[in-house]
Design a protein around this ligand. Structure first.
Ligand code: IMP
Length: 423
């Protein structure tokens, strides 16, 4: 059975959590394949809002197995908090949550290193979520990391100490003032490790292989967005993992020829948290309105998200890099009431008009070229069927489908599970 992928196509925060939750009824297994607690996947139903950072978004469905794959980095302290929240909602996570032995652990000193590295960068900082993501992936590729499976070895604490000591020396090297109490952080960490050990550790690639053999349906849930991919994103203002489709192969052990549908999620406009170029960013009332109506504040850090018009040059690039087969448009409701909507369909780049995503999209190189379309005034949030869509919304959707050469199969008109319309 093919594995379907669900990915964010912009700079993250597209609403992946909500759509995974909506789609979970169709799947036996939901698997995260990259990123870590820098993600904040929000799900709303029955009047509650849940934010998941490490745990896959299928966890509230009784029958689905949720797998944290080898490509994910896990902070046991954050995971423990997530588990405590789930317990309040009677989720039997000891049965439905599995952890790959090959997933790497975020140590307290990884978080401190993240903070020291960002502080040392000054104005050039990435705007990291400071969850220790970069330093943990550095240790993974540097072959120094500690993996979940290591917790089953007798000498893991010794290895922990050696690595933490090395990190402390690296923190000092950065030469910034950083106040911390490592003993207290370690106390929390070791206590959280005990909670982690109560979960089931598996050889996840074998599990996935066997599940495929048995015809089980699997959805791989991406985190962050394609423009934050360490290879294809707006480097160096990116995260440290492959957020694009290829990341699902390495982050779960899925063979490329076993990938089926690739669902690409995008907002009807664009947002970005943290530093880095953003050609269609708005600094006026229109941007402020998107931020206010769309509640554009980070679900992990609470930071205000930068807002701007939809960038089709970037979106087309993401569709191509991922091989997207179906698009899902989120937050169309936020654009209600704009007389005119702008869509960036090309860039002026070094004196030329281009429609591909170039090496460098810094403002000194790129000016967006806009196509203007008529907006709609109707409130979409109560709509339950596509037949209720205003003409201008249908025109907007059809324009995007034509440009992206990919069908938009779901339109989301609000954060609740119920506010999801199939086309
Ligand atoms: P890091 O992954 O925490 O190192 O952050 C690197 C960059 O990616 C920063 O600009 C973050 O704001 C951004 N980022 C990381 N995770 C997310 C996410 O889940 N949503 C949106 N932006 C993110």
């Amino acid at each position: 059975m093919a594995v379907n992928l669900l990915l964010g196509l912009q700079w993250g925060d597209e609403g992946k959590g909500k759509i995974v939750d909506v789609l979970t009824n169709d799947y036996d297994i939901i698997a995260r394949f990259q990123g870590g607690p820098n993600a904040g996947h929000t799900l709303e139903f029955d009047g509650y809002k849940h934010v998941l950072h490490t745990i896959p978004s299928g966890i509230f469905h009784k029958t689905a197995i949720n797998l944290v794959g080898n490509g994910v980095v896990i902070d046991p302290v954050i995971l423990e908090k997530e588990l405590k929240n789930l317990a309040k909602f009677n989720v039997d996570y000891k049965k439905s949550l599995l952890i790959s032995r090959k997933a790497h652990l975020i140590l307290p000193t990884h978080r401190l290193l993240d903070a020291a590295s960002e502080a040392a960068k000054g104005k050039a900082k990435i705007g990291s979520t400071l969850k220790g993501i970069g330093p943990t992936y550095m240790d993974k590729t540097g072959r120094n990391g500690i993996r979940v499976g290591d917790l089953e070895l007798s000498d893991w604490k010794e290895r922990y100490r050696n690595l933490a000591n090395k990190h402390e020396a690296m923190i000092e090297f950065h030469g910034v003032e950083l106040e911390y109490d490592l003993k207290a952080l370690e106390e929390d960490f070791f206590s959280a490790i005990e909670s982690l050990k109560e979960l089931t550790f598996i050889d996840s690639e074998e599990y996935i292989f066997e599940a495929q053999r048995q015809g089980k349906t699997i959805l791989a849930e991406g985190a962050q967005g394609s423009l934050l991919d360490v290879d294809f994103g707006t480097y160096p203002f990116v995260t440290s993992s492959n957020t694009t489709a290829a990341g699902a192969c390495t982050g779960l052990g899925i063979a490329p020829n076993k990938i089926g549908d690739v669902f690409g999620i995008f907002k009807a406009y664009t947002t970005r948290v943290g530093s880095g170029p953003f050609p269609t960013e708005l600094f006026n009332d229109e941007g402020a309105r998107m931020a206010k109506v769309g509640h554009e504040f980070g679900s992990t850090t609470g930071r205000a998200r930068r807002c701007g018009w939809l960038d089709l040059v970037a979106l087309k690039y993401a569709v191509q890099v991922n091989g997207v087969t179906q698009l899902m448009m989120m937050k169309g409701d936020v654009l209600s009431g704009f007389n005119t909507l702008k869509i960036c369909t090309a860039y002026k780049y070094k004196g030329e008009t281009i429609t591909h995503f170039p090496y460098n999209i810094e403002p000194e190189n790129v000016t967006p070229v806009y196509t203007e379309v008529k907006g709609w005034s109707e409130d979409l949030t109560e709509m339950t069927d596509k037949s209720q869509f205003p003409k201008e919304l249908n025109d907007y959707i059809e324009f995007l489908e034509k440009e992206l050469e990919t069908p938009i199969t779901i339109v989301s008109v609000g954060p609740d599970r119920k506010q999801t319309i199939n086309r």
